[in-house]
Write a protein that binds this ligand. Structure first.
Ligand code: CMX
Length: 434
């Protein structure tokens, strides 16, 4: 058994009694009340999910296993001479709750390496699809097609004890995560670089290998590590994490769940916002005549977008009420490596202007930028100008968090999701009685 799996097993055995005690002895204790506006309004803020992988504080932003983003970047082991930590180390942290040693990270690296060969039928499938399909559709289809490899599905079919569900789920998760960077990079090179595929380099880590297979030089390896870490998890209620959890709660295996996660991420109000930001910025430039807009011109364009009934992509959040620390971490990277980049200056100008306009408009509960406002600009700077690929990279990162959550959900026996719906008439009855 790998060090990671042994550690995880130890953690699971220690954790199970806590969940069982809550259920058995405190199952009737009230956690929340639900209003009509929450029922109609996308279940916003209803406390009805549990995860220990990450927690999103509206003011402070995300913590992974209790660690803030700066702490994660500081504490996790890094490849020699690099500024960003190994993604493998983050995965160890998400799964076990502990900061790994270099030896622990090496163990995860070798686990991923052993499992990294992508079946030929996946490449054949991708090549058989029209090249103008959105890369998220290609990505999701490739992940779904690998369902054939699921150990969980096989073991479930043969009969397996509930307490053991986590075991083949863990194997599926590692098998899938090991292949995801290559599938994503393959889609990129096939679709946007005239089919000039770059084979993986077995000497590189997960993030470094992705940069290598994309064909982008340093410091894009660190960009990739940072990007995947920042996008890995955002507690359980966001669309991608939630749909991953929901699908796997039916004991659909991780391939089905991860493909669904990618489909949810493909919405413009969620992961697709990073491509929308670049699209919107390009439109501003065209509109203003390819020059740097003055603050007043920018303000007006933001207003025009709002008045035409559209959202400002990259701004606002369902939970956060401050600037997203994932935005800040990327901004710091930009200030260090690309502070004279024209698009970065643009994004910084937006940071000065958009929150004021959104506040003046008075609708958005959070006028501050989210992760998507900054990420596309870094990718653009390093030559990835095909912005419909950006959500694929979000998906590569998000797979780490969703996989960790699904393994733990199976380990703790979380139930099939089944909230209750009401009719409008029933809601009216409840409302008018008051
Ligand atoms: N631009 C314009 N209007 C906005 C806005 C924005 N950036 N953010 C919120 N609003 C509007 C909402 O559309 C809503 O309008 P209506 O009352 O007319 O329906 C109102 O403000 C209140 O919304 P809210 O409670 O503040 O925000 P929600 O929880 O409903 O939605 C989100 C959150 C992210 C979908 C929304 O802020 C948005 O559409 N942002 C732009 C898209 C984006 O950046 N998405 C990425 C989020 C991060 C991620 O998941 O990747």
């Amino acid at each position: 058994m790998s060090k990671l799996k042994a550690k995880l097993h130890e953690k699971i055995v220690g954790w199970r009694p806590r969940t069982q005690r809550l259920l058995k002895e405190y199952g009737d204790v009230k956690v929340d009340e639900v209003t009509i506006s929450q029922v109609i309004g996308g279940m916003r803020d209803i406390k009805s999910l549990v995860t220990d992988i990450s927690y999103l504080d509206p003011q402070e932003g995300i913590r992974f296993r209790g660690f803030t983003i700066p702490e994660v970047i500081e504490k996790l082991p890094k490849p020699a001479g690099k500024e960003m930590p190994y993604v493998e180390g983050l995965f160890y942290l998400l799964l076990t709750g502990e900061i790994p040693s270099q030896e622990d990270v090496d163990d995860v690296i070798s686990e991923f390496k052993k499992r990294s060969r992508v079946p030929q039928y996946i490449f054949d499938l991708l090549r058989g699809m029209p090249r103008d399909i959105h890369p998220m559709t290609l990505f999701s289809a490739a992940v779904l097609a690998m369902q054939r490899e699921s150990l969980f599905a096989k073991e479930y079919h043969n009969g397996i004890h509930k307490n053991e569900y986590w075991n083949p789920t863990y194997e599926d998760a590692l098998n899938l995560l090991a292949k995801i960077p290559q599938i994503a990079a393959y889609i990129f090179r096939m679709k946007y670089r005239a089919d000039t595929i770059i084979n993986p380099d077995p000497n590189l880590d997960w993030g470094g290998n992705f940069a290598h297979m994309m064909g982008v030089d340093e410091p894009f390896d660190d960009v990739s590590r940072l990007y995947f870490i920042l996008h890995s998890d955002h507690e359980s209620g966001n669309v991608s994490a939630h749909i991953g959890h929901l699908v796997s709660s039916a004991l659909s295996d991780i391939y089905y769940a991860m493909s669904s996660m990618l489909n949810g991420l493909s919405g413009p109000l969620h992961g697709l916002a990073n491509q929308e930001v670049l699209n919107w910025i390009q439109n501003v430039r065209k509109h203003i005549g390819n020059k740097t807009p003055t603050d007043e011109e920018m303000r007006q364009y933001v207003w025009e977008t709002l008045k035409s009934g559209q959202v400002i992509p990259g701004y606002g959040h369902a939970v956060l009420r401050k600037t997203d620390p994932r935005y800040t971490a990327q901004r710091e990277f930009c200030l260090k490596y690309m502070k004279d980049d024209e698009l970065f200056k643009f994004v910084d100008q937006l940071y000065r202007i958009v929150p004021g306009v959104l506040l003046e408009q008075g609708k958005a509960k959070n006028p501050w930028p989210n992760v998507d406002a900054q990420s596309g600009v870094i990718l653009w700077h390093y030559g990835i100008k095909e912005y419909d690929f950006y959500t694929v990279m979000f998906g590569v990162g998000r797979a780490l968090g969703v996989a960790s959550n699904i393994i733990w959900a199976r380990a703790l026996g979380y139930a099939l999701e089944r909230p209750k719906s009401l009719t409008t008439e029933m809601l009216e009855e409840i409302a008018f009685k008051k």
